[in-house]
Design a protein around this ligand. Structure first.
Ligand code: ADP
Ligand code: ZN
Length: 737
């Protein structure tokens, strides 16, 4: 249908012709304007007047008409950037339809770079120089730290001063002393050429076979998705870099999505070694100056390869030939705020529209991808053994019912002895707990009161490192009180349960001669500090690593031979549809950290229920068996990936209104019933209040083939949430909080 409509539409609009412009403003329609002097192309990025303001927009097609033509305003100017291609336009339309998001919000996602309308020009940029300051001041130190945090990246004067929170004169002072270099540069330079024909590593037979299949896919210039499944360390990255090489050889662009910024440093080094140049890097840690450069260069072919976070999917690629989604099962691919989309699914959609290949790489795929591969929708390639001498670790459970722990202790004697044995041999041990902070609960010994967040229905988590209590829902913090806020008893507040910081404390006491380091996302001021810590550990700068799920993701620690999971049962307690799948993935990923070089590793899981089917499947390493059993259960229950779901959250400052609206929505469910869908709820959300807003959930379930989005749209159109009430719709929800 979309294709037909486009054929009827003109490609070029003469000056004065009526055009429909989609702006980035939160309006629910395309607005009419007159084409400017000299006319404009469909897809042109333009600046248009809206009320008293000038806003960014895209010429979406012909105008609607039907107004007094004399009152229609004229496009102010056409920006000097490549017009939006039909492929991206369609991608935004389809993803807006899929996620039930206004198109304007999708356009905002696709234009997240400042100054797109600025004419190409020279600018002064600032980067770190070799000089030393004659004297150090707090302000100067801040400037230098910011520059170091961003590696070799360049800043504008204003950007640098703002980020360091100093006046521009401080920067200028440092320029005089060569501590900061001031250079003239065209605003947006192309990225260095990448050489697809540099020699790669010599591949094993299995890797070569996998690489040949991926290369053939890319060379076909057609859409296709491949699930590249292989144990950690089997060379998946080496293999998909070959697909990138093929893509570059074809003169097309490649995008690699990574789940974690901390992973990019190691990956960048590998890319540079393989192709002789660094790719463009797109994520929240990149400066605005660099963002605009990437956005423009991607659009005009000055960037061949992008590595980035999920939003890199919305860049205006000129000729995208390959999208790799590394660690495709990772939950961070699901955006949980604003536009609720899953980057893995959207990657497949975009590839469909531009004739590109998708590679989904993982040691522990999501059940969705496993089922798609099983049903033949995706090609499947497997790498079954690790590269070189390394082998998958042995997996063992420690039955904690037989090993009584003293109170406030979480490392059993047997696990302690295993750790000691590794440290004595100069090897590393990782103790894993998936919980940030010091203790999840702070309780008053006198009255039993538990300290909760003021604006959420959540307990505050003590963070000793930050010396504060923190709410993990809203991020609110407060000092740890000395008297109970409930009964005023003094010094009776006590931490209950372990977090990563408390585990570190125990390890430090238990292993006084060992070097203990903690890796948790909230303990590092910057991405650079975290990267440095990881590099140090990899080189043997620690004996015992205490970590949250941050360490489960892809880091390579060659000396690590023991992984101890403190609480293997933790993830199984939730009622979440994906609890088993998540636990399975996480335990396998964490275990995969051990024994990545010649030395064989072992993973030991402390559990109070070692007979639980999920724990048994993890121990047995029977992945196929696990997926099949899990898939069967989901099929029987008619839930994803065999059925479709949408999560509706209604929220408001008062408690009753969302509930009343929810009840009315459940009653007037005609459009949903018409497609055989069911509504469950309303029920208070598991976290019934966040940031002072009360939350009520509805869950809609439909059959796989049902036209869910259309029915949802008709259903929702019946209701007008008043006042401060908000309705958010999450298609294929990953989180049920
Ligand atoms: P995965 O992505 O599956 O975890 P990697 O591609 O990171 O695996 O490979 C694990 C390690 O083994 C890396 O250090 C990688 O450079 C090395 N490696 C894998 N395959 C080869 C090969 N064919 N030749 C040399 N080194 C290899
Ligand atoms: Zn809170």
């Amino acid at each position: 249908m979309a294709a037909q409509k486009q054929q009827a539409e003109p490609e070029f609009f003469e000056s004065g012709a009526l055009v429909g412009v989609l702006t980035t403003q939160p309006l629910d329609r395309v607005l009419d304007y007159k084409a400017p002097e000299g006319g404009c192309w469909r897809g042109a990025f333009v600046e248009v007047p809206l009320g008293p303001r000038k806003v960014l927009g895209v010429v979406w097609g012909a105008g609607q008409g039907g107004y007094d033509l004399a009152k229609v305003r004229t496009v102010l100017k056409v920006l000097d950037v490549a017009p939006m291609r039909d492929e991206l336009k369609q991608f935004l339309e389809r993803s807006a339809d899929y996620t039930l998001t206004p198109l304007t919000a999708m356009l905002r996602l696709a234009t997240r770079a400042p100054g797109l309308g600025d004419p190409p020009s020279m600018q002064k940029i600032y980067r770190l120089g070799a000089g030393e300051p004659d004297r150090t001041t707090a302000a100067r130190t801040k400037v230098i730290e910011v520059l170091k945090d961003y590696g070799g990246l360049a800043f504008t004067l204003k950007e640098l001063a703002e980020m360091a929170d100093v006046s521009t004169s401080v920067v200028k002072g440092l320029v005089k002393q060569n501590v900061v270099l001031e250079e003239d540069r065209p605003r947006d330079l192309p990225f260095p050429r990448m050489h697809h024909d540099h020699a790669g590593k010599t591949l094993t037979d299995a890797q070569a076979e996998a690489s040949a299949q991926l290369r053939a896919g890319v060379a076909s210039h057609e859409y296709g998705t491949t699930l590249l499944r292989g144990v950690t360390g089997s060379g998946k990255t080496e293999v998909y870099l070959e697909a990138v090489a093929e893509c570059l050889a074809q003169g097309r662009q490649a995008l690699v999505l990574l789940p974690e910024i901390a992973l990019t440093a190691e990956f960048l080094t590998r890319v540079e070694a393989r192709f002789g140049a660094k790719p463009a890097e797109w994520h929240s840690g990149v400066t605005m100056t660099e963002r605009r450069r990437i956005w423009k260069m991607v659009g005009q072919g000055g960037a061949q390869m992008v590595i980035g976070a999920r939003s890199a999917l919305f860049l205006p690629y000129q000729n995208l030939g390959l999208i790799v989604v590394d660690e495709e099962h990772d939950t961070s691919y699901k955006q949980e705020e604003g536009v609720l989309y899953n980057a893995r699914d959207m990657a497949v959609l975009r590839a469909h529209l531009c004739g590109a290949q998708v590679v989904l790489a993982s040691a522990t795929p999501s059940l969705e991808s496993w089922v798609n591969a099983d049903q033949g929708k995706y090609r499947k390639i497997e790498l079954v053994s690790r590269y070189g001498p390394s082998v998958m670790p042995d997996m063992r459970a420690l039955d904690m019912r037989q090993d009584k722990l003293p109170s406030n202790r979480w490392i059993s004697n047997r696990l302690r002895d295993e750790v000691l044995a590794r440290v004595a041999k100069g090897e590393q041990a990782l103790l894993f707990i998936n919980r940030r902070g010091y203790a999840p609960v702070t309780i008053c010994r006198a009255c039993g009161h538990q300290i909760a967040c003021d604006v959420c229905d959540a307990r505050m988590v003590e963070h000793r490192f930050l010396k504060r209590l923190m709410c993990h829902q809203c991020g609110e913090t407060k000092p740890v009180p000395t008297t109970c806020p409930n009964c005023a008893a003094e010094d009776r507040l006590a931490p209950v349960g372990p977090g990563v910081e408390r585990l570190a404390e125990e390890a430090t006491e238990l292993f006084p001669d060992a070097r203990v380091v903690t890796l948790s996302s909230d303990m590092f001021g910057s991405a650079r500090a975290l990267k440095e810590q990881i590099a140090q550990i990899a080189q043997g700068g620690a004996d015992i690593i205490i970590g949250t799920q941050l360490v489960a993701k892809g880091h390579n620690f060659p000396l690590l031979t023991l992984v101890g999971v403190i609480d293997a049962d933790l993830g199984l307690q939730g009622s979440d549809l994906r609890a088993a799948e998540r636990t399975f993935q996480l335990m396998r990923q964490v275990a995969g950290r051990a024994g990545r070089s010649e030395r064989k590793g072992v993973a030991i899981m402390q559990s109070y229920q070692p007979e639980h089917p999920v724990i048994r499947a993890i121990l047995a390493g029977d992945e196929e068996g696990f997926w099949r059993a899990e898939a069967d259960q989901r099929r029987l229950a008619g839930v994803p990936p065999y059925g479709r779901m949408a999560g509706i959250v209604i929220s408001a400052p008062d408690a009753q209104a969302p509930f009343d609206l929810g009840a009315e929505m459940a009653r007037r469910d005609g459009p949903l019933r018409a497609i055989g869908a069911q509504v469950f709820g309303p029920a208070p959300a598991p976290i019934a209040r966040i940031r002072g807003r009360h939350r009520v959930r509805l869950l809609v379930k439909a059959e796989k083939a049902a036209p869910l989005q259309r029915a949802l749209t008709q259903w929702l159109a019946q209701f007008r949430p008043g006042g401060q009430m908000r309705i958010s719709v999450d298609i294929d929800p990953q989180s049920f909080l």
